[in-house]
Ligand binder design. Structure first.
Ligand code: NAD
Length: 523
C-alpha cells in the first residue's frame, strides 16, 4: 500500500447534508433504494485475516418497517471464531503497527472518498436495515465520512506530536504507540458512523481490531468492511465477526485483547467494564475500556425564551429517529409561567408529525425490533400511572406491520418518576414543571446519566449558570440536544453515560495509544 496522503491536508470540514427537497436528489435517493433492493436477502461471510468464513449457523437482519423483508443473512460466529479473529488481529498487528501514520491516514481518506461516491447507497442500507428516514440516514453517512477525515488528520497530528520539555543535557522524545488488538463493539442506532468511527480511530493509530457489530445492523458493517478492503485494508487489520452477547463477551475477555471500544447501553457497558477488569491467565496488561453509554437527556425551557424555537427543538430532539438516540431529549423541564402553553404546543407538534415507512421518507418510523417495541410500550404503561398522557401512548398499525409507536408525551411527571429516570430509547417524552431556574437545574442533574442537555433562554446569566452547573458532557444553548458535529462538538457523557471519551474531538485518539517517553543523554 503506497502513501497518497497529501501533506498538509486541507483543513477538516464537515460533510455537507444532502438537500432532499431537490427533485434531483429525491430521484437519486429512490434510485439508490431500488439498486440495493436487488441485493436484499444476500448471505454475508465473516471476515477473519482477510479470508471469508462460513459457520454452521446463520441469522437474519430484517427491515423494522416491514419485518417480512430480509435485509441480509449473516453467518453467526461462535467463541471459536472470536478466538481466531483475535489471533488474526494479533498476527496483523506485527506489521500494521510499523506502517507509517501517513499510510494509515491515507487508507482512511481513500475510504472516505469511496463512501462519498456511494453516499446514497449507504443511506439506502440505513433506511432499510434500521429504519432511518432519508435525512437521518444522510446524517449518519456524513458523520461516518467526517470521522474518517477527522481521525486521518488527528493521526498525522499525533505522529508529529510536539516534543516534550528538553531536559538540560538530554534529547527528549514522546511517541504515541498503538496498544495492540482491540475489540470494537458498536450499537445498532448509528450503525455506520459509530461502527466506522470506533474502528477507524483504532486502526489509524496502528492497532488491529475484531469488529463485532450489532445483530440488528450487521449488513451495514459488512458493506463497510468490503469498502475498506477496496480502499486497500491489509488482511487481519479489521476482522469482522457477527453475533450477539456470547461472542461479544468472548472478545472482551480474551487475554490478547488490549482494549475495548464500546458504545451501547449502560447495562452492557457496566458488564464490559467489570469483565475487562478481571485478569485472565496469560494476560500481561491492564485492559483499557472506552465506554460510551446511555442517556436521560433534558431540555430546560425558560419562561424567557423563543417558544417556537423551543417547541421545534424539543420535538426534533425527542422524536427524531423515534427517540432512538443516546442524545434524544426524554425530559423537558418547563418553567411554571409557560407550562400550560408549552404542553398545548408540544402536543400539537407531536401530533403533526407524519409516521410511516422510512423508505417513503416520513418524519417518524418504526422502532428497531419487537423487544424494543415491548420495552417502549411497557414504559408507556408505567407512564400512564406516573403522568397525564397528552398524546400518543399506543402502537400504530401501518402497512408492512412495522414496529410503530405513536410519538408519546406525558405531562405532570415527577422528577423522580421512572419515566423521568430510566432510559426508554423510544418516542416517549416526559414534561416536568419547574418553579425556579435553580429547581430546573437540580431536576436536570438528578439522574444517573449526564450525556447531553440543552437550555432555551434569552437570559445570558442563566445560560452562563447552566454552562457551570448543568452536568452533562454535551451542552447546547438555544438549539436541539441531538446532532453533534464531528470536530465542533466532541461527543461523550458524564456519570453513567460513559467514560467521556469525546469522539470526534482532539483528545480521542490518545485513548487508542500509549505514550512512550525516550530520553537520551547527550555526550
Ligand atoms: P446494547 O448495549 O444492547 O448493544 C451494544 C453492543 O453490545 C451490540 O453490538 C451488542 O451485540 C453488544 N453486546 C450485547 N451484550 C454484550 C455483552 N454481554 N458483552 C459484549 N457485547 C455485548 O445497545 P444497543 O441497543 O445496540 O444500542 C442502544 C444503546 O446505546 C442505548 O443505551 C444508547 O443510549 C446507547 N448509545 C450511546 C451512544 C453514546 O455515544 N453515548 C451512542 C449511541 C448509542
Amino acid at each position: 500500500m503506497s502513501s497518497t496522503t497529501p501533506i498538509p491536508l486541507p483543513p477538516f470540514r464537515n460533510e455537507p447534508f444532502t438537500d432532499f427537497s431537490s427533485a434531483e436528489n429525491k430521484r437519486a435517493m429512490r434510485q439508490a433504494l431500488d439498486r440495493i433492493r436487488v441485493e436484499l436477502g444476500r448471505t454475508y461471510d465473516l471476515i477473519i485475516g482477510g479470508s471469508d468464513l462460513q459457520t454452521s449457523a446463520t441469522f437474519q437482519s430484517l427491515n423494522p418497517a416491514n419485518p417480512s423483508e430480509v435485509v441480509g443473512i449473516h453467518y453467526q460466529a461462535t467463541t471459536r471464531e472470536a478466538g481466531h479473529a483475535v489471533e488474526a488481529a494479533q498476527l496483523a498487528f506485527a506489521t500494521w503497527r510499523k506502517t507509517s501514520a501517513a499510510d494509515r491516514a491515507a487508507l482512511l481518506l481513500r475510504a472516505a472518498s469511496l463512501i462519498r461516491q456511494r453516499h446514497l447507497e449507504f443511506c439506502a442500507w440505513l433506511v432499510l436495515e434500521v429504519g432511518k428516514n432519508w435525512g437521518e440516514a444522510d446524517a449518519d453517512v456524513g458523520e461516518c465520512i467526517d470521522f474518517l477525515e477527522f481521525y486521518a488528520r488527528e493521526a498525522l497530528r499525533l505522529d508529529a506530536a510536539t516534543p516534550p520539555i528538553q531536559y538540560p543535557g538530554e534529547r527528549n522524545l514522546l511517541r504515541y504507540l498503538p496498544l495492540g488488538v482491540g475489540a470494537v463493539i458498536p450499537p445498532w442506532n448509528f450503525p455506520l458512523a459509530i461502527m466506522a468511527g470506533m474502528t477507524a480511530a483504532s486502526i489509524v493509530c496502528g492497532n488491529t481490531v475484531v469488529l463485532k457489530p450489532s445483530p440488528d445492523a450487521p449488513t451495514i458493517a459488512a458493506h463497510f468492511l468490503s469498502l475498506m478492503e477496496e480502499a486497500g485494508l491489509p488482511d487481519g487489520v479489521i476482522n469482522l465477526i457477527q453475533g450477539g452477547p456470547e461472542v461479544g463477551r468472548a472478545i472482551v475477555e480474551h487475554p490478547q485483547v488490549r482494549f475495548i471500544a464500546f458504545t451501547g447501553s449502560r447495562k452492557v457497558g457496566l458488564e464490559i467494564h467489570e469483565r475487562a477488569a478481571q485478569i485472565q491467565p496469560n494476560q500481561h496488561f491492564l485492559k483499557r475500556t472506552i465506554l460510551e453509554l446511555g442517556g436521560k437527556d433534558a431540555i430546560l425551557v425558560d419562561s424567557d425564551c423563543d417558544l417556537d424555537q423551543a417547541v421545534a427543538g424539543v420535538t426534533a430532539s425527542a422524536f427524531g429517529f423515534n427517540g432512538q438516540k443516546c442524545s434524544a431529549c426524554s425530559r423537558v423541564i418547563v418553567d411554571a409561567a409557560i407550562y400550560d402553553i408549552f404542553c398545548d404546543r408540544i402536543k400539537e407538534a407531536a401530533e403533526a408529525l407524519t409516521q410511516g415507512p422510512p423508505a417513503d421518507n416520513l418524519q417518524t418510523g418504526p422502532v428497531i425490533n419487537p423487544t424494543a417495541k415491548k420495552r417502549v410500550l411497557d414504559y408507556i404503561a408505567i407512564g400512564r400511572n406516573e403522568g397525564r398522557l397528552l398524546t400518543g401512548g399506543a402502537e400504530v398499525d401501518l402497512p408492512g406491520k412495522g414496529y410503530y409507536i405513536a410519538p408519546t408525551v406525558f405531562a405532570d411527571v415527577a422528577p423522580t418518576a421512572r419515566i423521568a429516570q430510566e432510559e426508554i430509547f423510544g418516542p416517549v417524552l416526559a414534561v416536568i414543571k419547574s418553579h425556579s431556574f435553580e429547581e430546573a437545574l437540580a431536576i436536570a442533574n438528578n439522574t444517573q446519566y449526564g450525556l447531553t442537555g440543552s437550555i432555551y433562554s434569552h437570559s445570558r446569566e442563566k445560560l452562563d449558570r447552566a454552562g457551570e452547573e448543568f452536568h452533562v458532557g454535551n451542552l447546547y444553548f438555544n438549539r436541539k440536544c441531538t446532532g453533534a458535529m464531528v470536530g465542533a462538538h466532541p461527543f461523550g457523557g458524564f456519570n453513567m453515560s460513559g467514560t467521556d471519551s469525546k469522539a470526534g474531538g482532539p483528545d480521542y485518539l490518545t485513548l487508542f495509544t500509549q505514550a512512550k517517553s525516550i530520553a537520551e543523554k547527550l555526550v
